[in-house]
Design a protein around this ligand. Structure first.
Ligand code: ZN
Length: 383
Protein backbone atom coordinates (compact mmCIF):
# COMPACT_ATOMS: atom_id res chain seq x y z
CA UNK A 1 0.00 0.00 0.00
CA UNK A 2 2.84 2.36 0.84
CA UNK A 3 4.31 1.91 -2.61
CA UNK A 4 0.93 2.52 -4.17
CA UNK A 5 0.43 5.69 -2.16
CA UNK A 6 3.88 6.96 -3.16
CA UNK A 7 3.02 6.42 -6.81
CA UNK A 8 -0.29 8.23 -6.37
CA UNK A 9 1.42 11.20 -4.74
CA UNK A 10 4.00 11.37 -7.52
CA UNK A 11 1.31 11.31 -10.16
CA UNK A 12 -0.67 14.00 -8.38
CA UNK A 13 2.34 16.29 -8.19
CA UNK A 14 3.12 15.86 -11.87
CA UNK A 15 -0.44 16.26 -13.06
CA UNK A 16 -1.06 19.43 -11.09
CA UNK A 17 2.04 20.93 -12.66
CA UNK A 18 0.44 20.73 -16.10
CA UNK A 19 -2.53 22.62 -17.40
CA UNK A 20 -3.23 21.96 -21.08
CA UNK A 21 -3.01 18.32 -20.21
CA UNK A 22 -6.37 18.42 -18.43
CA UNK A 23 -7.51 22.03 -17.97
CA UNK A 24 -6.76 22.91 -21.60
CA UNK A 25 -8.60 19.88 -22.96
CA UNK A 26 -11.59 20.71 -20.79
CA UNK A 27 -11.70 24.34 -21.92
CA UNK A 28 -11.54 23.20 -25.56
CA UNK A 29 -14.41 20.81 -24.97
CA UNK A 30 -16.74 23.33 -23.27
CA UNK A 31 -16.12 25.90 -26.01
CA UNK A 32 -16.84 23.34 -28.74
CA UNK A 33 -20.06 22.30 -27.00
CA UNK A 34 -21.10 25.96 -26.68
CA UNK A 35 -20.91 26.26 -30.45
CA UNK A 36 -23.15 23.29 -31.30
CA UNK A 37 -26.12 24.21 -33.49
CA UNK A 38 -29.71 23.80 -32.27
CA UNK A 39 -30.25 20.81 -34.58
CA UNK A 40 -28.09 18.65 -32.30
CA UNK A 41 -29.60 16.62 -29.42
CA UNK A 42 -30.86 18.66 -26.48
CA UNK A 43 -29.09 16.46 -23.94
CA UNK A 44 -25.76 17.80 -25.23
CA UNK A 45 -26.71 21.15 -23.74
CA UNK A 46 -27.40 19.74 -20.26
CA UNK A 47 -24.80 20.74 -17.69
CA UNK A 48 -24.25 17.17 -16.53
CA UNK A 49 -23.58 15.96 -20.07
CA UNK A 50 -21.18 18.83 -20.74
CA UNK A 51 -19.21 18.06 -17.59
CA UNK A 52 -19.06 14.37 -18.48
CA UNK A 53 -17.74 15.03 -22.00
CA UNK A 54 -15.18 17.47 -20.62
CA UNK A 55 -14.07 14.86 -18.09
CA UNK A 56 -13.86 12.24 -20.82
CA UNK A 57 -11.68 14.50 -22.96
CA UNK A 58 -8.75 13.50 -20.76
CA UNK A 59 -9.27 9.75 -20.80
CA UNK A 60 -6.60 9.12 -23.45
CA UNK A 61 -4.00 10.73 -21.19
CA UNK A 62 -5.23 8.75 -18.19
CA UNK A 63 -4.59 5.63 -20.27
CA UNK A 64 -0.98 6.72 -20.58
CA UNK A 65 -0.84 6.91 -16.81
CA UNK A 66 -1.11 3.13 -16.56
CA UNK A 67 2.46 2.85 -17.90
CA UNK A 68 1.58 -0.59 -19.17
CA UNK A 69 3.57 -1.36 -22.35
CA UNK A 70 0.49 -2.77 -24.07
CA UNK A 71 -1.34 0.48 -23.45
CA UNK A 72 1.61 2.62 -24.47
CA UNK A 73 2.11 0.59 -27.62
CA UNK A 74 -1.52 0.95 -28.66
CA UNK A 75 -2.26 4.47 -27.47
CA UNK A 76 0.82 6.69 -27.44
CA UNK A 77 1.16 7.21 -31.18
CA UNK A 78 -2.43 8.36 -31.44
CA UNK A 79 -1.57 11.71 -29.80
CA UNK A 80 0.81 13.05 -32.47
CA UNK A 81 2.26 12.89 -35.93
CA UNK A 82 5.76 14.17 -36.61
CA UNK A 83 5.18 15.67 -40.04
CA UNK A 84 8.86 16.14 -40.92
CA UNK A 85 9.61 12.44 -40.45
CA UNK A 86 7.19 11.35 -43.18
CA UNK A 87 9.74 12.36 -45.80
CA UNK A 88 12.14 9.64 -44.67
CA UNK A 89 9.47 7.10 -45.48
CA UNK A 90 8.73 8.58 -48.90
CA UNK A 91 5.44 10.05 -47.67
CA UNK A 92 3.91 13.50 -47.36
CA UNK A 93 0.68 14.64 -45.76
CA UNK A 94 -0.85 14.58 -49.23
CA UNK A 95 0.19 11.02 -49.93
CA UNK A 96 -0.69 9.51 -46.55
CA UNK A 97 -2.77 6.37 -47.00
CA UNK A 98 -6.25 6.84 -45.58
CA UNK A 99 -6.29 3.70 -43.46
CA UNK A 100 -4.06 3.04 -40.46
CA UNK A 101 -2.77 -0.36 -41.45
CA UNK A 102 -2.06 0.77 -44.98
CA UNK A 103 -0.05 3.62 -43.51
CA UNK A 104 1.84 1.20 -41.30
CA UNK A 105 2.47 -1.06 -44.26
CA UNK A 106 3.90 1.88 -46.25
CA UNK A 107 6.20 2.75 -43.34
CA UNK A 108 7.42 -0.80 -42.93
CA UNK A 109 8.08 -1.31 -46.63
CA UNK A 110 9.98 1.98 -46.85
CA UNK A 111 12.12 1.05 -43.87
CA UNK A 112 12.80 -2.39 -45.27
CA UNK A 113 13.78 -1.07 -48.69
CA UNK A 114 15.72 2.01 -47.58
CA UNK A 115 16.85 1.47 -43.98
CA UNK A 116 19.66 4.03 -44.33
CA UNK A 117 17.21 6.82 -45.16
CA UNK A 118 15.46 6.52 -41.81
CA UNK A 119 16.58 7.75 -38.41
CA UNK A 120 18.03 4.94 -36.30
CA UNK A 121 15.67 3.41 -33.79
CA UNK A 122 16.78 1.76 -30.56
CA UNK A 123 14.12 -0.57 -29.14
CA UNK A 124 16.12 -0.86 -25.93
CA UNK A 125 15.20 2.77 -25.21
CA UNK A 126 11.54 2.24 -26.03
CA UNK A 127 9.88 -0.34 -23.79
CA UNK A 128 6.46 0.38 -25.32
CA UNK A 129 7.84 -0.06 -28.86
CA UNK A 130 5.75 2.97 -29.77
CA UNK A 131 8.40 5.37 -31.07
CA UNK A 132 9.61 3.61 -34.17
CA UNK A 133 7.14 5.38 -36.45
CA UNK A 134 6.13 9.05 -36.95
CA UNK A 135 2.79 8.87 -35.09
CA UNK A 136 -0.82 8.20 -36.00
CA UNK A 137 -2.96 11.11 -34.77
CA UNK A 138 -4.95 11.70 -37.99
CA UNK A 139 -5.99 8.04 -38.00
CA UNK A 140 -7.04 8.31 -34.40
CA UNK A 141 -9.18 11.36 -35.20
CA UNK A 142 -10.88 9.59 -38.08
CA UNK A 143 -11.48 6.46 -36.03
CA UNK A 144 -12.94 8.35 -33.08
CA UNK A 145 -15.01 10.43 -35.46
CA UNK A 146 -16.58 7.45 -37.20
CA UNK A 147 -17.28 5.80 -33.85
CA UNK A 148 -19.06 8.97 -32.76
CA UNK A 149 -21.04 8.92 -35.99
CA UNK A 150 -22.07 5.34 -35.26
CA UNK A 151 -22.99 6.15 -31.66
CA UNK A 152 -25.14 9.07 -32.79
CA UNK A 153 -26.90 6.94 -35.36
CA UNK A 154 -27.72 4.27 -32.79
CA UNK A 155 -28.97 6.93 -30.38
CA UNK A 156 -31.23 8.34 -33.09
CA UNK A 157 -32.66 4.92 -33.91
CA UNK A 158 -33.42 4.17 -30.28
CA UNK A 159 -35.04 7.57 -29.78
CA UNK A 160 -37.22 6.90 -32.77
CA UNK A 161 -38.17 3.42 -31.57
CA UNK A 162 -39.06 4.94 -28.20
CA UNK A 163 -39.65 1.51 -26.70
CA UNK A 164 -40.03 1.55 -22.90
CA UNK A 165 -38.40 -1.88 -22.75
CA UNK A 166 -35.32 -0.37 -24.40
CA UNK A 167 -34.82 2.46 -21.89
CA UNK A 168 -31.52 0.99 -20.74
CA UNK A 169 -30.38 0.83 -24.37
CA UNK A 170 -31.26 4.48 -24.86
CA UNK A 171 -29.38 5.38 -21.70
CA UNK A 172 -26.29 3.43 -22.78
CA UNK A 173 -26.47 4.87 -26.29
CA UNK A 174 -26.43 8.33 -24.75
CA UNK A 175 -23.41 7.39 -22.64
CA UNK A 176 -21.67 6.07 -25.74
CA UNK A 177 -22.18 9.41 -27.47
CA UNK A 178 -20.68 11.16 -24.45
CA UNK A 179 -17.76 8.74 -24.40
CA UNK A 180 -16.89 9.17 -28.05
CA UNK A 181 -17.30 12.95 -27.99
CA UNK A 182 -14.78 13.05 -25.16
CA UNK A 183 -12.32 10.74 -26.89
CA UNK A 184 -12.48 12.73 -30.12
CA UNK A 185 -12.01 15.96 -28.18
CA UNK A 186 -8.71 14.78 -26.77
CA UNK A 187 -6.97 14.04 -30.04
CA UNK A 188 -8.37 17.10 -31.82
CA UNK A 189 -7.14 19.16 -28.88
CA UNK A 190 -3.70 17.55 -29.00
CA UNK A 191 -3.18 18.33 -32.65
CA UNK A 192 -3.73 22.05 -32.11
CA UNK A 193 -0.62 21.98 -29.93
CA UNK A 194 2.08 22.52 -32.60
CA UNK A 195 4.57 20.32 -30.75
CA UNK A 196 2.27 17.35 -31.38
CA UNK A 197 2.97 17.70 -35.11
CA UNK A 198 6.76 17.78 -35.18
CA UNK A 199 9.94 15.84 -34.57
CA UNK A 200 10.99 18.87 -32.50
CA UNK A 201 8.33 17.91 -30.00
CA UNK A 202 10.44 18.51 -26.92
CA UNK A 203 13.25 20.89 -27.74
CA UNK A 204 14.84 21.27 -31.19
CA UNK A 205 16.08 18.00 -32.64
CA UNK A 206 19.11 17.75 -34.94
CA UNK A 207 20.98 20.59 -36.69
CA UNK A 208 20.11 23.83 -34.95
CA UNK A 209 21.62 26.85 -36.76
CA UNK A 210 19.06 29.25 -35.23
CA UNK A 211 19.93 28.11 -31.73
CA UNK A 212 16.43 27.14 -30.67
CA UNK A 213 15.88 25.67 -27.25
CA UNK A 214 16.75 22.03 -26.78
CA UNK A 215 15.28 21.93 -23.27
CA UNK A 216 13.50 18.70 -22.48
CA UNK A 217 11.00 20.72 -20.51
CA UNK A 218 9.73 22.68 -23.50
CA UNK A 219 6.81 20.43 -24.38
CA UNK A 220 5.47 20.38 -20.84
CA UNK A 221 5.91 24.14 -20.69
CA UNK A 222 3.68 24.69 -23.72
CA UNK A 223 1.18 22.06 -22.59
CA UNK A 224 0.90 23.47 -19.14
CA UNK A 225 3.40 25.91 -17.73
CA UNK A 226 2.76 28.65 -20.26
CA UNK A 227 -1.04 28.38 -19.91
CA UNK A 228 -0.60 28.48 -16.18
CA UNK A 229 1.63 31.53 -16.47
CA UNK A 230 -1.09 33.38 -18.39
CA UNK A 231 -3.78 31.99 -16.08
CA UNK A 232 -5.99 31.21 -19.06
CA UNK A 233 -9.60 30.42 -18.24
CA UNK A 234 -12.72 29.46 -20.13
CA UNK A 235 -13.96 33.02 -19.57
CA UNK A 236 -10.81 34.41 -21.21
CA UNK A 237 -11.26 32.25 -24.28
CA UNK A 238 -15.02 32.54 -24.64
CA UNK A 239 -15.07 36.01 -26.27
CA UNK A 240 -12.25 35.00 -28.62
CA UNK A 241 -13.98 31.87 -29.88
CA UNK A 242 -15.50 31.94 -33.39
CA UNK A 243 -17.37 29.20 -35.25
CA UNK A 244 -15.58 29.12 -38.58
CA UNK A 245 -14.12 25.67 -39.20
CA UNK A 246 -15.76 23.27 -41.60
CA UNK A 247 -15.44 19.51 -41.61
CA UNK A 248 -16.97 17.67 -44.54
CA UNK A 249 -19.49 15.17 -43.13
CA UNK A 250 -18.95 12.93 -46.14
CA UNK A 251 -15.18 12.91 -45.93
CA UNK A 252 -13.33 14.50 -43.00
CA UNK A 253 -9.91 13.17 -44.07
CA UNK A 254 -8.76 16.19 -46.14
CA UNK A 255 -9.95 18.56 -43.39
CA UNK A 256 -8.06 16.48 -40.84
CA UNK A 257 -4.82 16.74 -42.81
CA UNK A 258 -5.30 20.47 -43.33
CA UNK A 259 -5.84 20.97 -39.60
CA UNK A 260 -2.60 19.09 -38.91
CA UNK A 261 -0.75 21.05 -41.60
CA UNK A 262 -1.89 24.38 -40.16
CA UNK A 263 -0.83 23.41 -36.66
CA UNK A 264 2.59 22.40 -37.94
CA UNK A 265 3.13 25.88 -39.43
CA UNK A 266 3.24 27.22 -35.86
CA UNK A 267 6.26 25.13 -34.86
CA UNK A 268 8.99 27.54 -35.98
CA UNK A 269 7.17 30.68 -34.76
CA UNK A 270 6.78 28.94 -31.41
CA UNK A 271 10.51 28.25 -31.16
CA UNK A 272 11.29 31.79 -32.29
CA UNK A 273 9.03 33.23 -29.63
CA UNK A 274 10.67 31.06 -27.02
CA UNK A 275 14.09 32.27 -28.12
CA UNK A 276 12.96 35.91 -28.03
CA UNK A 277 11.42 35.47 -24.57
CA UNK A 278 7.99 36.36 -25.92
CA UNK A 279 6.03 33.36 -24.70
CA UNK A 280 5.34 34.94 -21.35
CA UNK A 281 4.22 38.20 -22.94
CA UNK A 282 1.17 39.24 -24.95
CA UNK A 283 2.29 37.46 -28.12
CA UNK A 284 2.67 34.20 -26.26
CA UNK A 285 -0.75 34.62 -24.72
CA UNK A 286 -2.25 35.40 -28.10
CA UNK A 287 -0.72 32.29 -29.65
CA UNK A 288 -2.03 30.02 -26.90
CA UNK A 289 -5.53 31.52 -27.13
CA UNK A 290 -5.53 31.11 -30.89
CA UNK A 291 -4.47 27.46 -30.65
CA UNK A 292 -7.03 26.59 -27.96
CA UNK A 293 -9.87 28.37 -29.78
CA UNK A 294 -8.92 26.77 -33.10
CA UNK A 295 -9.00 23.37 -31.41
CA UNK A 296 -12.46 24.11 -29.99
CA UNK A 297 -13.80 25.40 -33.27
CA UNK A 298 -12.44 22.42 -35.20
CA UNK A 299 -13.82 20.02 -32.61
CA UNK A 300 -17.25 21.64 -32.94
CA UNK A 301 -17.02 21.12 -36.70
CA UNK A 302 -16.19 17.41 -36.23
CA UNK A 303 -19.16 17.04 -33.88
CA UNK A 304 -21.50 18.73 -36.37
CA UNK A 305 -20.16 16.61 -39.22
CA UNK A 306 -20.70 13.42 -37.21
CA UNK A 307 -24.26 14.49 -36.45
CA UNK A 308 -25.11 15.45 -40.01
CA UNK A 309 -23.83 12.17 -41.37
CA UNK A 310 -25.53 10.02 -38.72
CA UNK A 311 -29.15 10.22 -39.86
CA UNK A 312 -30.35 6.61 -40.13
CA UNK A 313 -32.17 5.46 -43.22
CA UNK A 314 -34.91 2.85 -43.08
CA UNK A 315 -32.48 0.02 -43.71
CA UNK A 316 -30.25 1.11 -40.81
CA UNK A 317 -33.29 1.15 -38.53
CA UNK A 318 -34.42 -2.26 -39.69
CA UNK A 319 -30.90 -3.65 -39.37
CA UNK A 320 -30.60 -2.34 -35.83
CA UNK A 321 -33.80 -4.08 -34.75
CA UNK A 322 -32.87 -7.22 -36.59
CA UNK A 323 -29.31 -7.59 -35.32
CA UNK A 324 -30.06 -6.28 -31.86
CA UNK A 325 -32.39 -9.26 -31.69
CA UNK A 326 -33.80 -8.04 -28.40
CA UNK A 327 -35.96 -10.63 -26.63
CA UNK A 328 -36.64 -9.22 -23.18
CA UNK A 329 -39.07 -12.03 -22.37
CA UNK A 330 -36.19 -14.49 -22.56
CA UNK A 331 -33.85 -12.39 -20.42
CA UNK A 332 -33.69 -11.53 -16.74
CA UNK A 333 -35.71 -8.50 -15.80
CA UNK A 334 -35.28 -5.88 -13.12
CA UNK A 335 -32.57 -5.97 -10.52
CA UNK A 336 -30.14 -8.84 -10.26
CA UNK A 337 -30.98 -11.52 -7.73
CA UNK A 338 -29.24 -11.26 -4.40
CA UNK A 339 -25.59 -12.16 -4.83
CA UNK A 340 -24.49 -15.54 -3.58
CA UNK A 341 -21.74 -15.45 -0.99
CA UNK A 342 -18.84 -16.63 -3.07
CA UNK A 343 -15.12 -16.56 -2.55
CA UNK A 344 -14.40 -13.50 -4.61
CA UNK A 345 -16.69 -11.36 -2.47
CA UNK A 346 -14.66 -12.23 0.60
CA UNK A 347 -11.28 -11.84 -1.07
CA UNK A 348 -9.25 -9.05 0.52
CA UNK A 349 -7.77 -6.40 -1.72
CA UNK A 350 -4.12 -7.08 -2.36
CA UNK A 351 -1.34 -4.80 -1.27
CA UNK A 352 -1.15 -1.78 -3.53
CA UNK A 353 -4.57 -2.50 -5.03
CA UNK A 354 -5.29 1.20 -4.93
CA UNK A 355 -3.14 3.89 -6.33
CA UNK A 356 -0.71 1.87 -8.37
CA UNK A 357 -2.38 2.64 -11.63
CA UNK A 358 -1.73 6.35 -11.43
CA UNK A 359 -5.15 6.71 -12.96
CA UNK A 360 -7.05 8.66 -10.39
CA UNK A 361 -7.65 12.10 -11.65
CA UNK A 362 -8.14 14.17 -14.72
CA UNK A 363 -4.97 14.29 -16.75
CA UNK A 364 -3.17 11.77 -14.60
CA UNK A 365 -0.29 11.75 -17.00
CA UNK A 366 2.92 10.91 -15.28
CA UNK A 367 4.68 10.56 -18.58
CA UNK A 368 6.64 13.23 -20.34
CA UNK A 369 5.40 14.40 -23.69
CA UNK A 370 5.17 10.90 -25.10
CA UNK A 371 4.90 8.72 -22.05
CA UNK A 372 8.41 8.34 -20.71
CA UNK A 373 8.30 9.29 -17.08
CA UNK A 374 10.35 12.38 -16.35
CA UNK A 375 13.72 11.24 -15.18
CA UNK A 376 12.85 7.61 -15.79
CA UNK A 377 16.01 7.19 -17.80
CA UNK A 378 14.25 5.47 -20.66
CA UNK A 379 15.92 7.43 -23.37
CA UNK A 380 14.09 10.10 -25.30
CA UNK A 381 11.21 11.66 -23.40
CA UNK A 382 8.37 11.74 -25.86
CA UNK A 383 4.83 13.08 -25.63
ZN1 ZN B 1 -2.74 13.55 -25.61
Amino acid sequence: MARGMAAWVAVTLVSTAAAWDAHGHRMITYLALDGLPAEMPAFLREADTRHRIAYQSNEADRWRGTRHPVMGHENNQDHYLDVELLDQFGLTLDSLPRLRNEYLRALIIAKHEHPDAIDPYDPAKDPDRSKEWPGAAPYSIMEHWVKLQSALQTWRILEKLDDPRRRHQQEQARSNVIYHMGMLSHIVGDLAQPLHTTRHFNGWDGPNPEGYTTAKTFHAYIDGGCIEHHKLTYADLKPLYRSRARVNPRDPWPDTLEYLRQSNTHVIPLYRMEKAGELTGPRGRELLCERLCTAADTLRAYYVAAWRSSGPNLKAEQDFVRYNNFKPDLLPGGDAPAAAADESAAEPAGDGAEGDSGNDGDGAQPGGPRGAAPGAGQGQATP
